[in-house]
Design a protein around this ligand. Structure first.
Ligand code: PLP
Length: 392
């Protein structure tokens, strides 16, 4: 569908801004989230319709959806691309998007991966290392000098900031600048910050990856991933990876993800506000030994968070004395859902160390994804659940 509203690829405005141009004036990110990727033809529906089609009649430029894309994916890609300042490609899941980026690397290439980062990424990189396809270097997310050293020998630096589930930050500006000096490609998983919270392409990253399963979709009802790059050549390679692997999103998922994106600015603002309140309450609770939230002054990288993020985000972690205490608290919540994943309108939490891929995180660490419930109701529930931290 070539006639979508023209908020295609634009330069981001300032640090937090992202947007299209209208009458020579930059639009703010919240406007772009609402306005981009809509049909522009007179009489067209306001929303790009859900087009469940694998094949298209000859002569229109699009023949087969896996090769040529779908109008439904394209609307989402235009909107996310406009927000991040690049060309977006939608995939079946965040992991499919990650796999497509790693798939760009030739056999024998080296990738530097954060020690603390989404377990699925480390599992995939570890598998590629185990089969001999890639070499993997592990780097402490917050250790800028170590990233600079890694940039001497790694073909790809994979950054994730804030990191899942420890909320460690990486100094994106410094690490990306170092990687550019050595001509290395940098990919940033921007899932936690969202396209509104941080824009790595504006800092010189080559590729941004999102699990739109999380905050972009926002309702825990879909799996979808995206890559975004300002480099047209890389965008073509990523789309070719999707075509080869067949890691295509469903049209319903793409449609729902775009519907979710429309409200991301207000959901993000509200949930970030609540996350800040809960971080403060948790930090003052006697059963809590540590709170990890980039927007809380106790975060060791709080200054970096202020410099590179717009708000502290909607995910925090807090620690209890041990895994048993954390399990008791997770089983005691009533309003907060004891469930995995994050970024939904409903608040969820889980103890991460129980997952094989996160065996190295502290046993008592609980990741809390803050939703849109009333902060007072959430605190009442967390407080009563924390009462179960001590064995009865
Ligand atoms: N990146 C991050 C930071 C994640 O938290 C996740 C999933 O939890 C992924 C990527 C993978 O996304 P998906 O589950 O959509 O494959």
């Amino acid at each position: 569908m070539s006639g979508n509203t023209g908020f295609g690829v634009v330069s981001p405005r300032g640090t937090g801004g992202a947007g299209g141009v209208m009458s020579g004036r930059m639009l703010s990110a919240r406007t772009v989230a609402v306005a981009a990727g809509r049909p522009a033809e007179p009489g067209a529906p306001l929303n790009t319709p859900l087009v469940p089609a694998s094949a298209f009649a000859h002569g229109g430029g699009r023949e087969y959806a896996r090769d040529d894309g779908s109008p439904t994916w394209q609307a989402l890609e235009q909107a996310v691309g406009a927000l991040e300042g690049g060309h977006a490609t939608a995939f079946a899941s965040g992991m499919a998007a990650i796999a497509a980026v790693l798939g760009l690397l030739p056999a024998g290439a080296t990738v530097a991966v954060p020690t603390f980062s989404y377990a699925g990424l480390r599992e995939l990189a570890g598998h590629a290392s185990g089969t001999g396809r890639l070499r993997v270097i592990m780097v402490d997310p917050g250790h800028t000098a170590a990233w600079r050293q890694a940039a001497e020998r790694a073909d790809l630096l994979w950054l994730e900031s804030p990191a899942n589930p420890t909320l460690d930050l990486t100094d994106l500006r410094a690490v990306i600048a170092g990687a550019r000096e050595t001509g290395r490609l940098v990919a940033v998983d921007n899932t936690f910050a969202t396209p509104l919270g941080q824009q790595p392409l504006a800092l010189g990253a080559g590729i941004v990856v999102h699990s739109a399963t999380k905050a972009i979709g926002g309702h825990s009802d879909l799996l979808l991933g995206l890559t975004v790059t300002a480099d047209a050549g890389l965008a073509g390679q990523l789309t070719a990876e999707r075509m080869r692997s067949g890691a295509t999103p469903g049209v319903l998922e793409a449609w729902l993800a775009l519907r979710g994106l429309r409200t991301l600015p207000v959901r993000l603002a509200e949930a970030t506000r609540t996350a800040g309140i809960l971080a403060g309450m948790l930090a003052a609770h006697p059963a809590v030994t540590r709170v990890r939230y980039p927007g809380h002054p106790s975060h060791p990288q709080a200054a970096l968070a202020r410099a590179q993020m717009r708000g502290g985000g909607t995910v925090l972690a807090f620690e209890l004395a041990d895994g048993h205490a954390a399990d008791r608290v997770c089983h005691a919540v009533r309003l907060v859902r004891h469930a995995t994943s994050l970024g939904g309108v409903e608040t969820t939490m889980e103890r991460r160390q129980r997952l094989a891929g996160d065996a190295h995180v502290p046993a008592g660490l609980i990741r809390l994804s803050v939703g849109l419930e009333d902060p007072g109701d959430l605190w009442d529930d967390l407080e009563q659940a924390l009462g179960h931290a001590q064995r009865a």
